[in-house]
Every structure is written in structure tokens, then in C-alpha cells.
Design a protein around this ligand. Structure first.
Ligand SMILES: [Zn+2]
Length: 236
């Protein structure tokens, strides 16, 4: 079973690990990892695995999940079970993904608090973000105003707090029911990402302070059915 390191330390850029298993020659499973797999609408980490014995580097071109376990897709075969490696993240990439992820939480918080508008999904990649939301009486100006408010919140540079609560506490906290519904009952300890204006169960990576996000700029807003809209944005 591989230990997930990024939930405890989202700024961990390098770590030691042992190869536990290889599938199809290039899918590498480690005993522990700081690589975030593509999930929850957030793109994955890339980087390198460096074999300790000869310092040979294996590029990680994709990180994914297979049956609940994280695997590292390497560009060429060569690693073997039992190999000791150093995993090093492409930090520029990861930090950008964290900025987009936290920005999506800020938007989700503002949309909900200011207009009772629910964000129903997101897709966060390098250089671009997208959130889907349900807004029956859609009004472009209101959305532009939400984004302006989000940028004001970001400027206040609130810290991002990670806490853990029990399943019972989650089910009994009305402010968290927004996402509690989709969470499998089997999860008993829930990681909460709290950015002040928004609090939600989340297993992903975020910046330490909102100021790291930068500024949200709207790229476009598109129709996606009667009440559903998509907001595309970039960070500068
Ligand atoms: Zn999230």
C-alpha cells in the first residue's frame, strides 16, 4: 500500500521511496509518494524518479490512480521491484496546479455565499481553469462581480487551513453538506480544506496563502444547457 505524502505536506518537492510493483513495464507503484494523481478535476503531477544506485533518471509523464492506488507512468522501462528511488516533482507545474485548485475553491465559495450559485464541477490544468455552475437566472454582470469579489478576497491573503474531522461531524455540519453527499460512507476521517470563505472535504493540494493565487481573469463564459454555465479563467 503506498503512503500518500501530499495530504500532510503539500510543499514536499522531493522524497525517497521504494518500488513496490511495476505493471506493463512503465507503471510504477511506490511504497510512498508525493505525486498527485489526476483526479477531482485537477491535472496530475509530473517529474522524475531517480534510481539511487546509478542516478539514472526516469521521467514521470503522467500520474494516475488504478484501483485506488497511485501509479507513476514513466517514459521508458528500466525500473524494477525493490529499486530505491528519489521522486522529484516538477515543482513549477505543481505549484501552478495548486494555485488553480485554490482559486476554484475561492470562486466556489463566492458563488455560493453571494448568490447561492452551486459549482458542480471543475477542470484545472496548466494555464487554464474551468468551473461549471448552476445558475437559473444567469446574468453575466453578476458573474463578473463574483470574480471581482474573489480577487478582493485573494488580495487579503487568508491562510489555507487543513483539518480533519470525523464522518459524524461532517454529516452534522450544515455548512459542509454541499459536498458531503457525494462522499462515500466508507470514508470515516475527512480532510477539510478551509479558506475562510469556503470549507469543503478535499484530498488535493493547495497553496498556503490565498495571495499565492495571483489574479483571476475571465477568459469566457459559455452556455451548457438551460441553467448550467461554464466559466473559463486564467491566473496572472
Ligand atoms: Zn478541491
Amino acid at each position: 500500500m503506498s503512503k500518500v505524502l501530499y495530504t500532510e505536506d503539500m510543499y514536499l518537492k522531493e522524497f525517497s521511496a521504494k518500488v513496490e510493483e511495476i505493471q506493463d513495464e512503465t507503471q510504477v507503484f511506490l511504497d510512498q509518494t508525493a505525486f498527485y494523481p489526476k483526479s477531482g478535476g485537477v491535472d496530475c503531477d509530473k517529474g522524475v524518479l531517480i534510481r539511487k544506485s546509478d542516478k539514472k533518471e526516469f521521467a514521470v509523464v503522467f500520474t494516475g490512480k488504478s484501483k485506488g492506488r497511485i501509479y507513476h507512468q514513466i517514459a521508458e522501462p528500466g525500473l524494477k521491484k525493490g529499486d530505491e528511488v528519489i521522486g522529484r516533482l516538477d515543482w513549477k507545474r505543481r505549484h501552478e496546479l495548486m494555485r488553480y485548485h485554490t482559486a476554484a475553491h475561492v470562486l466556489s465559495g463566492i458563488f455560493f455565499n453571494e448568490g447561492n450559485v452551486k459549482v458542480t464541477g471543475n477542470d484545472l490544468e496548466i494555464g487554464k481553469g474551468r468551473i461549471d455552475f448552476n445558475f437559473p437566472n444567469f446574468n453575466r454582470e453578476i458573474v463578473e462581480n463574483f470574480v471581482e469579489k474573489a480577487n478582493e478576497i485573494i488580495k487579503q491573503n487568508f491562510p489555507v487551513k487543513i483539518t480533519y474531522i470525523s464522518r459524524e461531524e461532517l454529516d452534522n455540519d450544515p455548512s459542509l453538506t454541499k459536498l458531503a453527499m457525494g462522499l462515500p460512507k466508507s470514508i470515516t476521517k475527512v480532510r477539510i480544506v478551509d479558506i475562510g470563505i469556503d470549507k469543503q472535504p478535499d484530498g488535493g493540494c493547495h497553496v498556503k496563502n490565498l495571495g499565492e493565487i495571483g489574479e483571476i481573469q475571465i477568459t469566457s463564459i459559455k452556455n451548457k444547457g438551460k441553467n448550467n454555465r461554464r466559466l473559463y479563467f486564467t491566473l496572472v
